[in-house]
Design a binder for this molecule. Structure first.
Ligand code: NAD
Ligand code: IPM
Ligand code: MN
Length: 357
């Protein structure tokens, strides 16, 4: 990827369920910004898998890394594919095989009406979760011994490498140093979240590395919380959070909880990033089978995700334009029902398109 090259090549994989609805809306919006983009769509997902057994073509990941500047993905998961094998191979495939080690999940409250907590204002919720994205229990290492018998044993390993832990913690400190809050004030603190009181081997490594890396950033405050206590704090008073770094599974769980503070999963954006390499952007939500195909899904998570992608590609003005439009729509309640409006998926996105234009 060359940051100076003007036309940005975007691979799009809408995937399953509401991914098929929200991603076309996000594409309308990024096209409306006038950004110089070349968009190529791929049909990887449950339908394709059920048709011909393909999840990812043999050179799929190499092709994405070579031929594209970024990837925009929807969601993967379909009740017809009980094993979820296609989601594992496509979504976790991109994260693992393309080594997209930093899953960056900003948590921002756009309007007080979206937060289920009383007395919480937009200025109170502007933090980011930096989730390790290539290790932990998600490696799915382990196995089953004597399956189906009364003696069955299932082993699920939690893999934590020195290199993997160090690079995600350093990413969190770099992020803290380089990113401001929405109101322009600097970020000040990195909080490491683990369960080192019970999981002592992995926790010990995270604790030691956090201490070592933090010494390189003396101007940044450090804090530690066990994941259970952090969950309690997040629903009682999220105001103190700034940058949170944690492992793959805790990051998954706390970002759904955090999405609840922002108005639900329909509002949450994310990037799967390896600095300097082709990175992948996707809303935090899944394929939401019960509401799929009904024009009910909130497209703002996908739209904010596409803004995050444009910002990553250096298209800052275009990204800010989209974010401002979403903010205005939320304030005017020109939204889908999940966040209090009465518009459908397409109509909510059409309004963003006209605001962006
Ligand atoms: P989900 O995120 O699909 O849905 C959880 C809840 O949030 C549901 O009530 C749903 O209706 C609601 N919701 C989600 N997105 C919404 C939106 N944009 N607008 C309005 N409401 C929205 O999670 P789930 O139900 O646990 O999983 C469904 C499928 O999606 C499963 O197969 C799961 O594995 C998969 N999944 C995929 C991803 C991904 O591809 N990134 C993420 C999470 C779940
Ligand atoms: C997410 C999703 C995925 C995850 C699933 C679909 C494997 O929940 O992106 O948060 O657990 O990472
Ligand atoms: Mn999740």
């Amino acid at each position: 990827m060359s940051p100076t090259q003007s036309k940005k090549r975007i691979a799009v994989i809408a995937g399953d369920g509401i991914g098929q609805e929200v991603i076309p809306q996000a594409l309308k919006v990024i096209r409306a910004t006038g950004a110089d983009l070349e968009i190529t769509e791929f049909d990887w997902g449950a339908d394709r898998y059920l048709r011909d057994g393909m999840t990812v073509p043999p050179d799929g990941f190499a092709m994405l890394a070579r031929d594209f500047d970024a990837i925009l993905a929807g969601a993967f998961g379909d009740p017809r594919v009980k094993t979820n094998i296609h989601a594992k191979e496509i979504l976790l495939g991109m994260r693992f095989r393309m080594d997209l080690y930093a899953n960056v999940r900003p948590v921002r409250l756009l309007d007080a009406s979206l937060c289920p907590l009383k007395g919480i204002e937009p200025k109170d919720v502007d933090f980011v979760v930096i989730r390790e994205n290539t290790e932990g229990v998600y490696t799915d290492a382990g196995g089953v011994f004597k399956p189906g018998t009364p003696d069955e044993i299932a082993i699920q390993e939690d893999i934590n490498t020195r290199k993997g832990v160090e690079r995600i913690i350093r990413y969190a400190f770099d992020y803290c140093e380089q990113h401001k809050k929405l109101d322009g004030s600097p970020r000040r603190r990195v909080l490491m979240c683990d369960k080192s009181n019970a999981m002592t081997h992995a926790g010990g490594l995270w604790q030691r590395v956090f201490k070592e890396v933090s010494a390189e950033f003396p101007q940044i405050e450090t804090q530690h919380m066990y994941v259970d206590a952090l969950c309690m704090q997040m629903v009682r008073d999220p105001r103190s959070f700034d940058v949170i770094v944690t492992n793959n599974m805790f990051g998954d769980i706390i970002t759904d909880l955090a999405a609840g503070l922002q108005g639900g999963l329909g509002m949450a954006a994310s990037g799967n990033i390896h600095p300097g390499q082709t990175s992948m952007f996707e809303p935090v939500h899944g394929s939401a089978p019960p509401i799929a195909g009904k024009n009910l899904a909130n497209p703002f998570g996908a739209i904010l995700t596409s803004a995050m992608m444009l910002a990553h590609l250096g298209l800052t003005k275009e990204a800010e334009n989209i974010e401002a439009a979403v903010l205005q729509a939320v304030r005017q309640k020109k939204t889908t029902q999940d966040i209090g409006g009465s518009l459908g998926t397409r109509e909510a996105a059409d309004n963003i398109v006209s605001l962006v234009k």
